[in-house]
Design a protein around this ligand. Structure first.
Ligand SMILES: *Cc1c(COP(=O)(O)O)cnc(C)c1O
Length: 475
């Protein structure tokens, strides 16, 4: 299996070669040269498999340059009831992603039982083990430099803590994250995790990371890497839980289901697209946006118009004005026309937009099952309240966006599965506003904010960050 760039001008590579990298050398994203198709017999055999078996069945079709025995070990070590133990309503942790049924035909897929209580743990935990494995083989080392406004940083730190050959330098803004989110990162005491708290806002953190990454000499001398949302292994690993949910919600492979996905960078729903391309009977993939509705606008009008400004909302992990994984979907929509993608993203990267309605490409969207909707703060609060009152289930604001939009597209006879992307404990302000009570929290994390914290507060200064990396990456 070779991987090709959506822009067609980068070398074809194997899975392990794209694992540690970000963008392809031509600025595109790597995708499989073709999607492996699962036969009816193979799909039948998958019904009844547990999470680890399913992960192997799916990922071994996408990763063929890691010996199968090794891949199986990495998967078995990742997807355990111990890692995904933070269930808060009595679900079976052995399911890894338990399906909660609100009423017949309406389900919530619990994706946030991992260490940081958000769905990013689903892929990031595997990534940590894959990175360690590959670096071990090559005797390499990696200094991961990142910026976070909340969920990604903690998921990366928990995935990389204690891993041989890997250090994490995570920049976060002094203000802007919830106390719970800060404590999740800063309470980590592992030597290979460094929290750099920047006196500034998230955008300044991100600018520093970009500036360091653009210094190619520094980057290669100090083995700087990233774990951003365009990483192919993250997307691939996320496709597994679409299979898990499908088999949990249906009795026979003749049925189809729809998924509603709270979306920002289009990574989660892109994984659903891949599962569908591999042959999983998915009816609709429902893309849910918040007030930052760049994706909803596209699926309604055919116009993709990244915004100059991102709005701060009460579902902050979806506050994204440019959906980085979207290029993978448009590549498939265009019939894998790399020249076309170069032209479209050429326009986007020079600050413009594109319109797929005029030339008929937009007419193919229904073949891919994608529909969309968006929600605002009032909708979110309302949905948290209704779901709690009617079904007795407490959901976080991102999951609320997904349920609100999902219900608008619900069809009789087609099970609707809404992705739970975070636990309510992470977003207590919204829960207090909607329900007037404190969110439920896994017992183990009861005193998280009281634990000693380890962090380095510094000015928003590129050179100071570089010096810190140099000083702290000596053996
Ligand atoms: C990251 C995140 C999202 C958005 O996922 P994408 O893959 O970027 O579309 C939604 N909800 C939560 C809680 C997240 O952390």
């Amino acid at each position: 299996m070779n991987y090709i760039s959506t822009r067609g001008l980068a070398p074809q590579l194997r899975f392990s070669e794209i694992l540690l990298g970000g963008l392809a050398s031509d600025g595109g994203l790597y995708v499989p040269e073709s999607y492996p198709k699962l036969s009816a017999d193979e799909l039948a055999a998958m019904r009844g498999m547990n999470y680890r078996e399913l992960a192997f069945a799916v990922l071994s079709r996408l990763i063929d340059d890691i010996p199968h025995d090794d891949l199986r070990k990495l998967i078995d070590k990742t997807y355990t009831a111990e890692v995904y133990r933070f269930t808060n309503t009595g679900e079976n942790a052995e399911d890894i992603t338990p399906l909660k049924t609100l009423e017949p035909g309406l389900h919530v897929l619990a994706l946030s039982n991992g260490p940081t209580l958000a769905f990013k743990d689903m892929a990031m935990q595997l990534l940590g083990n894959l990175f360690e494995y590959v670096l071990d083989k090559t005797h390499g080392e990696l200094n991961i430099l990142g910026a976070t406004s909340g969920d990604t940083g903690s998921a990366a730190e928990y995935a990389m803590r204690g891993k041989r050959g890997i250090r994490v330098f995570m920049l976060s803004p002094e203000h802007g994250m919830t106390r719970f989110q800060q404590a999740q990162m800063y309470a980590l005491q592992d030597d290979n995790i460094q929290n750099l708290v920047i006196r500034g806002v998230f955008d300044q953190c991100q600018d520093i990371v970009k500036a360091v990454s653009n210094d190619l000499e520094f980057k290669s001398k100090h083995h700087i890497g990233a774990v951003n949302s365009i990483n192919w292994a993250r997307v691939a690993a996320q496709s597994v839980y679409y299979f898990k949910a499908y088999f949990a919600a249906t009795h026979s492979n003749d049925q189809s289901v729809s998924f509603s996905v709270p979306s920002g960078n289009f990574g989660n729903v892109c994984a659903g697209h891949i599962a569908r391309q591999m042959g999983l009977p998915i009816n609709k993939l429902i893309v849910a946006s918040n007030e930052n509705d760049v994706l909803d606008e596209f699926f309604k009008t055919g116009v993709y118009r990244p915004r100059p400004e991102t709005r701060h909302t009460s579902s902050p992990s979806m506050d994204i004005s440019k959906a980085s994984n979207f290029e993978r979907f448009v590549f498939d929509l265009s019939g894998r026309d790399a020249a076309r993608i170069r032209a479209l993203w050429g326009a986007v990267e020079s600050g413009g937009s594109f319109d797929l309605k005029a030339d008929g490409l937009f007419g193919r969207v229904p073949d891919f099952g994608m529909v969309s909707g968006s929600s605002n703060h009032a909708n979110r609060i309302d949905t948290i309240r209704t779901v709690y009152e009617v079904y007795g289930t407490m959901i976080d604001p991102h999951t609320a966006d997904g349920i609100k939009v999902g219900l608008e597209h619900r069809e009789p006879g087609v099970p609707l599965i809404c992705m739970e992307t975070a636990q309510p404990a992470k977003f207590d302000d919204a829960i207090r506003e909607a329900l007037g009570i404190e969110p439920v929290r896994p017992a183990e994390l009861a005193d998280l904010e009281a634990q000693p914290q380890r962090k380095h507060v510094m000015d928003a200064d590129v050179n100071a960050v570089k010096q810190f990396v140099v000083d702290h990456s000596r053996q």
